[in-house]
Structures are given as C-alpha cells and as structure tokens.
Design a protein around this ligand. Structure first.
Ligand code: GDP
Ligand code: MG
Length: 211
C-alpha cells in the first residue's frame, strides 16, 4: 500500500427528538448560520463535512431525522449507525422532554448500558424563562445520573449552538466552527419518504441514508 494513502475516518452525529423541537433549525444554524421561522417537515437528511487534518481526512456526518419515527426499525437503524447523539427537546413542550427519556433508553438498549455519546439539548431558550424546563433537578439528572452533556440553545438567536458540536468535535481534534471554505464543501443529501398509505415508504434502503 502506498504511503500516500491517508487515514480516512467517518463519524456520524445523529439528531433525535420529537417533531418541531428544532433539530433542523440547530443544524442549519451551525452549518449556514441562518434561521428560518417557517416549519418544513424533515424526512431524513444527511450533511457531510470533510475535514483535512494532519495526515488524516475526517468525514463528519450530521444526520437530521424526522422526529415522527413511524417505523421503529428505521429509528433503530439510525441509532445503530450513529456514533454520538443529540437528543433535542423544546423548552415549551413537556412531552418532548419525555420523548428524550424514551430515546435515551432505546439508545442504551441498542448501544449498551455504558454508552456515553449523548448530549441533551433544551432548544428554544429564546422563548424566555417561563417556558424553561431545565430545572436544577433536570440538569442534575442528565449530567449525573445519565452522565450526558446538557446544553440550552436557541437556533433562533444562535445561543450556544456551536456548543452542541464543540465538545464532540474537540474530542476528534477538529475545529468547532465551520469555516467558509468548509461550508462550501458541505454536501447535503436528502431523502424524500412520502408517508402515505397507498405507497408504503419502507424501501429497504430508505432508512438512514447510506448506512
Ligand atoms: P424539527 O422538526 O425538530 O426539525 O424542528 P424545526 O427545526 O423544523 O423547527 C420547528 C419550528 O420551531 C420551526 O418553525 C422553527 O422555526 C422553530 N424553531 C426552531 N428552533 C427554534 C428556536 O430556537 N427558537 C424559536 N423561537 N423557534 C425555533
Ligand atoms: Mg426537522
């Protein structure tokens, strides 16, 4: 093998959480530094960033999921193929926090009790303290009982959005801000899965893009 063949790694970061909590908005804020207040339902979208570091090329994949998870097998595949997870809930949606607990249980079931790559995100911090669910008790439970990271973000204002990605990218010794050059090299692939009764969407490779 040629000495010029460099190490090539791929790591996949998966966003999970109820529909409407801001998964797509957080990813858009991180990758493009913009915010869109209109809601477009995501099906499944994979973003890829290519980093060149000393002697290695690293492909960082960010998987955006739909949040409706009508197909448990699809969700399980997203979990199996993920290396780290952002479990997102919205400050003003108590049910979405409960969904985070269910998702964490499913991740541990599939990845093993000792799995540590989870960050819990309370998004929509801009809605003000009255809709905040991140009580000291919630934060303690996440950080101490779960051993997971906890971040409060606003995709609308941009608050803490980089923080979501920062620790995780730092662990891989990659820059946590997307440089303009890298932004141009970001590819996005989306899969349209139409969830209609007449046309069953579960084609074999419709789950977790390129997994
Ligand atoms: P997803 O289904 O989890 O991908 O949620 P989206 O990213 O599509 O966001 C759902 C809705 O919430 C959209 O109308 C967004 O504009 C809005 N939204 C997302 N993030 C925030 C935020 O931080 N603050 C506020 N106020 N609205 C947000
Ligand atoms: Mg979405």
């Amino acid at each position: 093998m040629s000495l010029l063949v460099r190490e090539h790694r791929t790591v996949r970061f998966v966003f999970l959480g109820a529909a409407g909590v801001g998964k797509t908005a957080l990813i858009t804020r991180f990758l493009q530094d913009r915010f869109d207040s209109k809601y477009t339902r995501t099906v499944e979208e994979l973003h890829a960033l290519e980093y060149d570091t000393d002697g290695a090329r690293v492909r960082v994949e960010i998987l955006d999921t739909s949040g409706s998870y009508s197909f448990p097998a699809m969700r399980a595949l997203c979990i199996r193929t993920g290396d780290a997870f952002a479990l997102v809930y919205a400050a003003d949606e108590p049910d979405s926090l409960e969904e985070v607990q269910r998702l964490r249980e499913e991740i541990l079931e599939l990845k093993g009790e000792k799995f540590t790559g989870i960050t819990v995100i309370e998004n929509k911090a801009d809605l003000g303290s009255r809709s905040r669910q991140a009580t000291a008790e919630v934060i303690r439970a996440v950080e101490e009982d779960w051993g997971a990271g906890f971040v409060e973000t606003s995709a609308r204002t941009g608050e803490n959005v980089t923080g979501v990605f920062r620790d995780w990218l730092q662990q891989m010794k990659l820059p946590s801000r997307v440089s303009p050059a890298l932004r141009r090299r970001t590819q996005t692939m989306s899969r349209e899965i139409t969830e209609t009764r007449e046309k069953p969407p579960m084609k074999k490779n419709n789950s977790c893009i390129l997994s």
